[in-house]
Design a protein around this ligand. Structure first.
Ligand SMILES: [Zn+2]
Length: 169
């Protein structure tokens, strides 16, 4: 089979590749696509590309142990890698909805970045004081709690500083 000769079938089946990759197609459709994939190198390569892009996007969700600036740089580097891969992708995609697909892919990356960055920035498992239990509130305890480095909300620190300043006046 000469690549590109069966592009009518490819156009019809290409939008299904993503669902096929995730095993979400009805059995009959999956079998039809599988037999097309056996005959069509273009669609096999497209499926490989989807596989790579899924891994690139998934990489943005990997837990990391680096500090925030390094984390942001690393995610941006991963996005750059993905963009370079996208620019170097096979000409097979271009006759189809390459622009729309590119936009969708970029949006997915941006969402992945925002989501991962948001997760990273969000306070992790802030311990809550048990309700209904009387906790002794000595001055020393209140002070160390207000200025503990584990305070995740900088507004709380600013309010605490303002209140202390007010008390001292
Ligand atoms: Zn094909």
């Amino acid at each position: 089979m000469i690549p590109g000769q069966n592009s009518q079938d490819c156009k019809k089946l290409e939008p299904l590749l993503d669902d096929y990759l995730h095993g979400e197609l009805p059995r009959a459709t999956a079998e039809q696509l599988a037999s097309h994939l056996e005959a069509c190198a273009n669609c096999r390569e497209a499926l490989d590309d989807l596989h790579i892009s899924a891994r690139l996007v998934g990489a943005a969700f990997e837990p990391v142990s680096e500090p925030d600036p390094g984390f942001a740089r690393m995610v941006m580097a991963r996005i750059n890698t993905a963009e370079q891969w996208l620019q170097g992708q096979r000409a097979f995609w271009r006759p189809f909805e390459a622009v729309a697909w590119r936009l969708a892919f970029s949006s997915a990356l941006i969402l992945a970045f925002l989501f991962a960055y948001g997760l990273r920035r969000a306070p992790v498992a802030t311990p809550l004081a048990p309700t209904g239990v009387l906790v002794p509130q000595t001055d020393a305890f209140a002070q160390s709690a207000s200025f503990s480095p584990s305070t995740s909300n900088s507004n709380e620190v600013l309010i605490a500083i303002a209140e202390r300043h007010h008390e001292q006046q």
